[in-house]
Design a protein around this ligand. Sequence first.
Ligand SMILES: [Zn+2]
Length: 475
Amino acid sequence: MRKQNYPILVALLLSSLVAASAADKAPTFSRADLAAATTLRERAFNDATAYQLVESLTTEVGPRPAGSPADRAAVAWGMREMQRLGFANVRTMDVTVPHWERGDAEFTVLTPWPQSMPTLALGGSVGTGSEGIEAEGVMVKDLDSLNALPAGAVKDRIVFFTNRMERTRDGSGYGRAVTVRASGPSAAAALGALGVVIRSISTSSSRFPHTGTTRYAATAPRIPALAIANPDADALERQFQSGKPVRLRIKSSSRDLPPMPSANVIGEISGTDRASEIVILGAHLDSWDPGVGALDDGAGVAIIMGAARLINGLDAKPRRTIRVVLFANEEFGTSGSQTYLAANAAEADRHVLGFEADFGAGPVWRLASRVNPGQLSAVEQIYRALAPLQLLRGNNAANGGADLDGLAKLGMPMLSPDLDGTNYFDVHHTANDTLLQVDAAALRQSVAAYAVSAWLGAQYPGTWERVAEPKPQRR
Ligand SMILES: [Zn+2]
């Protein structure tokens, strides 16, 4: 090496020494904890527990919408399975859930070219009465184009929303598209519409329509709202594009029933020296009714229960308590998580780290986080422990999911092993959400990612500090 390079070399040496001493200040995981993480990862790839759980839930309970007899059967299933897996403190937390019954729905194009199309009522939609509703249709893309119409344009009409959801790996396409389902019916009703039909919030080319909650505003009349599948929405667009008047008929026997008892199901792996700190793993037990809820959210239930069972099978016990919560009624208003939050108001700060699984059956493709910047080095160490899974490192603005949203908004740090959502919205909320959609190998890989990160989260030698920045809108 020539003499003139020495200053550069010295500078490089100095900067690496400074970096090393900064890293030394961050607590690092013990060799034993990292070795246990390796054991978890290896065992997960050879463990059938998660698949057996989603198979059992979808076969023995099946569709389990809030308030239904199957919803209560799912609670009994959760209790039985948590006890069978050897979790501690297995218990239920009573939750009152809304009870909406779908009934039957029909959608018919009367003119210019008559045909009927498969349809599903949006969750919470009012019915039409036995006569149905017949009216001229008005086609609009989305809420902005609805509101840009001249006054009176949709009065006494049925509004058809055509906006198409975009396929993305991280589910961001859903967030952009779903406002039509949530707010479209009330927006149209406020302008005098009699009913709404939406293009399903879907990336599929199948004829399965997708349901999902609509939210009525208190300021507008409640009008019936249905969804049709992508190919049928395409065909209906062509009817409108003919320029001929399009007459539509909708019929639905959906109705509200009195609220019903349900429950969150909770089980734990008791902690040791930091047992008062809780690492919470959440998924939801309910499902929409047309399918059996294999992807949404039988797979999430299976991933967190499978991960916790593997941790429970280690020789070492976790330092912090690992709490598995199967939430009641995520789909139709997050009753379970709201009840949980209210019941734990005084102990919210004891929830030091959260994981949610509510985005299908994997594989995990990225590790995102939402932690205090002081613990980013801990996340980096966890990410390195997951290296054989070849994940991407996401940013520190993870959205988490709906059920842990309340705790996250109170500053609970979140780790998010992100499940690949590329194909999730092909079957989400459809009759086609069945066990056949679950890839057993992807599910095992997901369990590996959750088990390793939850274990290390429970063992972290430092403190999981609260997150100061308010959480952004969830997708
Ligand atoms: Zn879900």
